[in-house]
Design a protein around this ligand. Structure first.
Ligand code: ADP
Ligand code: ASP
Ligand code: MG
Length: 425
């Protein structure tokens, strides 16, 4: 007998029929003798709808820089998960499974005070462990917790993955199964490259890079928690027929295990390709090249919580002036421009230029640590397709290129193929 946490995302609970299908998956694990806790997301599209409602409300002055009160935002957008947790508990009860729903505050899932992007600080698993011991299934609303101000908090978009992994750590679960609309983690998003292959295993580090560089199959924070707490995390499909799956201890279901690097036998140089849309590029031209210039640009941006990503500096011919190019999310562009205009004299740039709606395509693989020339292969392949690279960044196990967004599919497919990741027909 094992203790397991199962998480079902938005498409898996998109309507009542799918919720019944999810209940069958849960019942299967329960009937196999496992202690089961389930984490659910809101129905697909629900959270977007709630967020849009908040954003169309009249703007309120003095609400911490944003247009709305973040505490009320959380109270509204967390409601989708309340509905699905209750519905799933009823579906389970109707199949004869003892089940009870739980909201974040009832457990409690304690978070910090960063409403809208809160971090889980502690989960008290005592009551749930007791009830699981009595055969009751806990159905937990994902994405939400309670802040030190005793108000509902949410964990940032895609946060139910993090709820599930954190709960698995708190309950000392043997496994955390993330059920979603794909049957595992692929070499790239299968929606844009049908030749993508499912990975049997991927290391925590690579998954962390994939997630933070745009592969939204897992929220970044969930991977960090899985890595820190050693939670055995398995990504699998909720659309498999629940009746045909073997839940016995020796079963090897289809999916991807996120695990330690040492547990991967066949190591590839490149493991996957990720992409992130909605990037903006800002260039400050002819900035005086003297000590402190970077601080004068990036200090004020950081103070206003603008998330700066790729940074490229190119010195002019005579060496006295420099061009600074960097990227920020599209959503932060207007704010960044305002900050830079306000600091124009201090920074001393002559011209500011910006472009919206770009894409960052990244290549990830632990093998890059020991192989030279991996990035050069990409630059050649992209050049052959006539794709212009606006900026490049590299680190130990990944590199990224900034491109015009019309090249997204072509660039991802070109890189996928050049690193030999295409599925063999
Ligand atoms: P859920 O609602 O279950 O949380 P998400 O939509 O958040 O599901 O994440 C699953 C989606 O992630 C898939 O439908 C897929 O399009 C996308 N995705 C992006 N990159 C990858 C990848 N490398 N492997 C698998 N899925 C990926
Ligand atoms: N429902 C939330 C969202 O759409 C959380 C999640 O799906 O993980 O972001
Ligand atoms: Mg998700």
């Amino acid at each position: 007998m094992a203790r397991i946490v199962l998480k079902f995302g938005g498409t898996s609970v998109a309507d009542l029929e799918r919720i019944h299908n999810v209940a069958k998956h849960v019942k299967r694990e329960h009937d196999a003798g496992h202690q089961v806790a389930v984490v659910v997301s809101a129905m697909a599209g629900k959270t977007n709808e709630l967020v849009n409602w908040v954003q169309t409300m009249p703007k309120v002055a003095g609400s911490g820089g944003s247009f709305f009160d973040a505490r009320e935002y959380d109270s509204i957008v967390a409601s989708g998960e309340q509905v699905t947790s209750g519905l799933l508990a009823i579906a389970l009860q109707s199949m004869g499974v003892d089940a009870r729903s739980w909201l974040g505050w009832q457990i409690p899932v304690k978070t910090n005070n960063a409403h809208g992007a809160a971090r889980i600080e502690d989960i008290d698993g005592t009551e749930i462990i007791k009830r699981m011991g009595n055969g009751q299934v806990a159905v937990v609303a994902g994405f939400q917790g309670i802040g030190p101000d005793k108000r509902i908090s949410t964990l940032g978009r895609g946060g139910s993955d993090t709820s599930a992994v954190a709960l698995a750590a708190a309950l000392h679960a043997d496994r955390c199964d993330i059920y979603t609309d794909v049957d595992g983690v692929y070499t790239t998003d299968p929606r844009i490259e049908p030749k993508a292959c499912r990975l049997d295993r991927i290391s925590f580090e690579e998954m962390l890079e994939m997630a933070s560089l745009g592969a939204k199959v897992l929220q970044v924070r969930s991977v960090e928690l899985a890595m820190v707490h050693g939670v055995k995390t398995f990504v699998r499909s909720s659309f498999d027929n629940p009746e045909e799956i073997d839940s016995s201890p020796d079963a090897r279901p289809v999916g991807t295990l996120i695990c330690d690097e040492d547990d991967i036998v066949e190591k590839q140089v490149v493991t996957g390709i990720a992409y992130a849309r909605d990037e903006s590029q800002i260039s400050l031209r002819r900035v005086p090249d003297k000590p402190g210039v970077s601080a004068s640009i990036f200090g004020p941006l950081a103070e206003e919580y603008v998330n700066v990503d790729m940074i490229v500096q190119s010195v002019s011919e005579d060496g006295s002036r420099t061009d600074m190019t960097f990227t920020v999310p599209d959503a932060d562009l207007a704010k960044a421009i305002k900050v830079l205009e306000a600091n124009r004299e201090k920074i001393g740039y002559e011209i500011m230029q910006s472009d919206k709606g770009l894409v960052k395509v990244s290549v990830i693989g632990i093998g890059m640590r020991s192989h030279a020339g991996v990035a050069a292969t990409a630059f050649n392949a992209l050049a052959e397709k006539g794709i212009n690279i606006r900026a490049i960044t590299t680190s130990e196990i990944k590199f990224s290129v900034l491109l015009d967004s019309e090249y997204t599919e072509l660039a991802v497919r070109t890189l996928h193929s050049v690193y030999g990741l295409d599925k063999v027909a």
